[in-house]
Write a protein that binds this ligand. Structure first.
Ligand SMILES: Nc1ncnc2c1ncn2[C@@H]1O[C@H](COP(=O)(O)OP(=O)(O)OC[C@H]2O[C@@H]([n+]3cccc(C(=O)O)c3)[C@H](O)[C@@H]2O)[C@@H](O)[C@H]1O
Ligand SMILES: Nc1ncnc2c1ncn2[C@@H]1O[C@H](COP(=O)(O)OP(=O)(O)OP(=O)(O)O)[C@@H](O)[C@H]1O
Ligand SMILES: [Mg+2]
Length: 247
């Protein structure tokens, strides 16, 4: 595991050099993926790395856990509260669409949730601009395969260091890096609505997705879910579609 960590740390340093920037930034949620990235960027750029905690109608425990992550790696950090901003933006959208009689309440949970992720992306790029840093994403192999991220939200980043690691490998790396144990063992959640957990929403488990990634046999039900999620999210792993050139 130390070798893998060193490989990623060196890769991050190389990307900073190639882009001719000063350092790296990540959003710290209190979950394991961003905890691992925070530790990695702190190792890669000890005096030029920043963690941003962005509560957006979040469970208060998330901020407590995010601060534990900050303490565990000693990364410079800032807290930017986005709850009010999200209320203002989303209420303005709702008001205008309701006035037209075109508001679709049943679609609004996901719209609200993805707006939280995109406000965080906007915040990270504004802060990154201030420091001349690159924005580092936290997607792992399981999330990348299933497209379990918001397009141009938490998926809107410059670098994806964890994209080849299964969730199990992220856990192993977290232990090797010294991420607090309760952050490692808590149920993965996007925190986009009350009680949301990744595994409930996807309808399968990270253990199953990890086995699938390793080419192992899994029950048909789980395979079907994973392959459906993968197919449905193909557009998220591509650049925006463009027509052929004029002839
Ligand atoms: N075929 C296609 N070609 C090109 N674009 C296509 C498309 N189909 C949809 N789209 C576009 O993509 C949009 C749908 O994608 P998107 O906006 O991402 O939304 P969607 O995939 O529906 O939702 C995001 C999912 O990621 C989860 N998530 C989000 C953030 C963080 C985490 C986490 O683990 O922490 C998880 C969230 O809980 C939810 O299940 C559509 O509104 C449409 O604009
Ligand atoms: N409240 C928040 N403050 C800062 N960044 C956040 C917040 N919520 C989400 N993010 C960012 O969005 C990313 C995607 O969330 P995701 O839930 O997949 O990762 P995680 O919380 O680090 O780990 P887990 O999947 O185990 O919950 C986070 O890793 C983090 O970079
Ligand atoms: Mg999370």
């Amino acid at each position: 595991m130390e070798k893998k960590i060193e490989h990623l740390v060196q890769w991050l340093q190389q990307k900073v050099k190639e882009a001719n920037v000063q350092g790296l930034i990540v959003g710290i949620s209190g979950g394991i993926d961003s905890a691992v990235v925070a530790h990695l960027i702190k190792r890669a750029c000890p005096s030029d790395s920043l963690g941003v905690i962005m509560p957006t109608k979040s469970n208060p425990q998330d901020k407590i856990d995010a601060l534990k992550v900050v303490d565990s790696c000693g990364i410079n950090h800032v807290v930017v509260e986005l709850t009010e901003t999200h209320n203002t933006l989303f209420q303005a959208i709702e008001e205008q669409l309701q006035a037209k009689g075109e508001w679709q309440e049943e679609r609004s949970t996901l719209g609200d949730a993805n707006t939280r992720a995109r406000l965080r992306m906007t915040t990270l790029y504004a802060v990154a601009n201030n420091y001349n840093y690159l924005v580092v994403g936290t997607d792992n192999a399981a999330e990348w395969l299933t497209g379990y991220f918001t397009k141009y939200g938490d998926g809107g980043v410059d670098l994806v260091p964890l994209v080849h690691l299964t969730k199990g490998e992220v856990r192993e790396m977290a232990r090797a890096l010294g991420v607090p144990e309760d952050v490692i063992t808590k149920a993965p959640s996007a925190g986009l609505w009350e009680g949301q957990t990744d595994e409930n929403e996807m309808g399968t488990t990270y253990d199953m997705i990890d086995l699938y990634l390793k080419g192992k046999d899994i029950p048909d039900k789980d395979r079907e879910i994973i392959e459906r999620l993968h197919k449905r999210s193909e557009h998220k792993r591509q650049l925006a579609a463009a027509p052929s050139e004029f002839v």
